[in-house]
Design a protein around this ligand. Structure first.
Ligand SMILES: [Zn+2]
Length: 264
């Protein structure tokens, strides 16, 4: 009797969700708007008053301390409170979206799945959230650090308030562009971590690397990895390190799960 070997089934690749990235970017910009509104209301208005009253007589040390105090206050008021909220919503949306797509593809391939997260995977998700909280906080604090420098420059240039307004606008634009980069980068990273965790959860051990051909400057090693099989637990050994698709900055690579021999 001949043994019929089924060819391994591959699932379609799942890519980072553009809608989730967009809503994450919007959340970052909303946070930036809240902080910059307060910078304008509290810091700039008050600064203008003081500048008018005291002109150059105001002690330089006094101004530096005062600005530093406001900057700290705004950082803790906005980013400390909102960063965990934004990060948790973002990671949980990424998980739900990934699970539902994976489930659909598995069902089409003839498998029923129930997700049961292990402590190890819970830790991976927690680490993703924490890493994300750090990104959001540094996003806010970089903006505020520049505010601090700009106010200082305004003082040393003899209270050039219109110059300060222009500088603050530039600062805002820098952060806005940064929000786009962070959203794309974090969107891809969270997707990669969750993909890895979900595959391990379902016992999917191998996947096929796919180069998306969407990067302007693709890494040569990633181009060459296209179509090659890798171990989900390790990733692919490229340029001297083990990496998962989509994990490195600007890496738009993905992969297809191989589901041969599981759950049957
Ligand atoms: Zn890549």
């Amino acid at each position: 009797m001949a043994i019929i070997r089924k060819k391994p089934t591959t699932l379609p690749a799942l890519w980072p969700n553009a809608g989730i990235e967009k809503s994450y970017r919007k959340a970052l910009i909303k946070l930036l708007n809240q902080i910059s509104d307060e910078v304008n209301q509290v810091l700039v208005t008050e600064f203008r008053k003081r500048a008018a009253q005291e002109k150059a007589q105001m002690a330089m040390d006094g101004i530096v301390d005062w600005v530093a105090h406001i900057v700290d206050f705004l950082a803790s008021k906005w980013s400390d409170r909102l960063a965990p909220e934004i990060a948790e919503a973002f990671v949980s949306k990424t998980v739900t979206n990934y699970e539902s797509l994976l489930k659909t593809h598995m069902r089409k391939a003839g498998f029923t799945v129930r997700f049961q997260i292990t402590p190890y995977q819970r830790e991976a998700l927690q680490a993703t959230i924490e890493n994300n909280v750090g990104e959001i906080k540094s996003f806010a604090s970089q903006y505020l650090e520049r505010v601090q420098k700009q106010v200082w420059q305004c003082v040393t240039s003899g209270y050039d308030l219109s110059g300060l307004a222009t500088e603050l606008e530039k600062n805002y634009d820098i952060s806005k562009r940064r929000a786009e980069l962070i959203a794309r980068d974090q969107g891809a990273k969270a997707h990669a971590v969750i993909e890895c965790a979900k595959r391990q959860e379902l016992g999917i051990t191998k996947a096929i690397w796919l180069h998306s051909h969407r990067s302007k400057k693709p890494r040569q090693s990633h181009l060459q990895a296209n179509g090659k099989v890798f171990e989900v637990s390790k990733g692919m050994y490229l340029d001297g390190e083990w990496v998962q698709p989509g994990m490195l900055i600007n890496c738009r690579c993905g992969s297809k799960s191989i589901i041969d021999g599981i759950g049957q």
